[in-house]
Ligand binder design. Structure first.
Ligand SMILES: *Cc1c(COP(=O)(O)O)cnc(C)c1O
Length: 409
């Protein structure tokens, strides 16, 4: 059986214009969970895994070399976010850490002003679990609902604001449905009131333009491994003047906001990954839109009793969340896996446990619909042939599952 990414070959580049991996007959449709490291990113990182191993805090040539790489990466990320001030970028160990530092760091730094936080019911667990911890520490949190299309109502947000609201965190693109929240409207509401605005842009960054100045964002999280960079590195944009209580104490790196010797190869990797995403954005997004539209149109045509969540909302182009009546998504995921097709049921972010998606529940789907939902997330590895395969196999598998014919032995 084929499994996973096996290295590069020229033949495998066919139909996969941006990434040259051979996947065997494997179809990978789980890009929202993680992506492979782009070979060009790996090459950019390589010197810093080999001879250029200096500590950027060191006062010698090797230290200066590492420091130059660090500051160059910071400048690249700052520029892509729409700010000329590179000191507004803090490198961290993951998207999860960026979310924790933003929300807990801001809540703890501004608690003398108030202890109320606003977020949405459909955030990633990195935000929701941070909110749960903050509630234990005496903060109160309002979880904004979404409508049946997964959309947030800015008016609802306006009404949730209290005199002691200090920070609000609403995501940009949803990792389960791709639905995009109206950040521009949120930013306009908050800035005039002096409430901090954080957004988890981990799914949208590099896929659509995200300009922190235009959107009036104070804090923004991003992660390398969702954009063909390495795992275990991310960044937090922190607008100049915004105070954060650091979560790690130590050597004062990252201007005291994140102690610990910097992960130079990873940081070089996230900057190069981001640069490539922006460079290839227009063509790649259009390519994925066409693949996604064909996938959705064909499945909706060939299968009865299926809906696509958030289809009528503005969405990222690479995410399709299907709910099939009368099937167990877990069984369908396992059956697709046997066919060499990798997809996710609900959220993949709860290690080892299958929890019904809180995102789809918040959108008003019934328990049965939620349990019959699977997410296809497309990306650079996705080619026309993958969509051909899935639209051929999926209707048969769904039909067999509905007839209760075993599809997994
Ligand atoms: C993946 C993801 C995270 C977590 O990022 P890690 O780098 O895996 O810790 C947070 N939020 C969203 C929306 C994500 O997709």
């Amino acid at each position: 059986m084929s499994s996973g990414v096996r290295g590069e070959s020229s033949k495998a580049a066919e139909g996969r214009p941006f990434l040259q991996f051979t996947m065997g007959s494997q179809v990978y449709l789980d890009h929202n969970a993680t992506t492979p490291v782009d070979p060009r990113v790996r090459e950019a990182m390589r010197p810093y895994l080999e001879g250029a191993f200096g500590n950027p805090s060191a006062a010698h040539a090797m230290g200066r070399e590492a420091k130059a790489a660090l500051e160059g990466a910071r400048e690249t990320v700052a520029e892509l976010l729409g700010t000329a001030d590179k000191d507004e970028v803090v490198f961290v160990s993951s998207g999860t850490e960026a979310d924790n530092l933003a929300l807990a760091g801001a809540a703890l730094a501004y608690q003398e002003r108030g202890r109320h936080i606003i977020t949405s019911a459909v955030e990633h667990s990195a935000i929701l679990e941070t909110c749960a911890a903050l509630e234990k520490w005496g903060f109160s949190v309002t979880y904004l609902p979404v409508d049946g299309e997964g959309m947030l109502d800015p008016e609802e947000l306006r009404r949730a604001i209290q005199p002691d609201t200090i920070v609000i965190s609403v995501m940009h693109g949803n990792n389960e449905t791709g639905v995009l929240f109206p950040l521009e409207e949120v930013g306009a509401i908050l800035r005039e009131r002096g409430i901090l605005f954080h957004t988890d842009a981990i799914q949208s960054f590099g896929k659509i333009p995200v300009n922190v100045r235009h959107l009036k964002i104070d804090l923004l999280s991003l992660s390398a491994h969702k954009i063909y960079g390495p795992k275990g590195v991310g960044a937090l944009y922190v607008r100049r003047g915004v105070r954060l209580q650091p979560l790690l104490q130590g050597g004062g790196q990252e201007r005291g906001r994140r102690a610990g010797t910097e992960n130079i190869p990873g940081i070089v990797g996230v900057a190069e990954a981001a640069r490539l995403m922006f460079l290839e954005m227009p063509g790649e997004q259009e390519r994925l839109r066409q693949l996604r539209d064909r996938l959705e149109a064909t499945i909706l045509e060939r299968v009865d009793g299926v809906r696509v969540s958030g289809r009528n909302s503005p969405r990222l182009v690479h995410t399709s969340n299907f709910s099939f009546d009368g099937i167990e998504a877990q069984t369908l995921v396992a059956a697709l896996d046997l066919e060499g097709i990798a997809v996710s049921a609900g959220s993949a972010c709860h290690v080892g446990s299958v929890q019904p998606s809180h995102v789809l529940r918040a959108m008003g789907l019934s328990r049965e619909q939620v349990e019959g939902s699977i997410r296809f997330s497309l990306g650079r590895l996705t080619c026309d042939g993958d969509i051909d395969r899935i639209v051929e196999i999926l209707p048969q598998l769904v039909a067999r599952l509905r007839e209760k014919v075993p599809v997994v032995k």
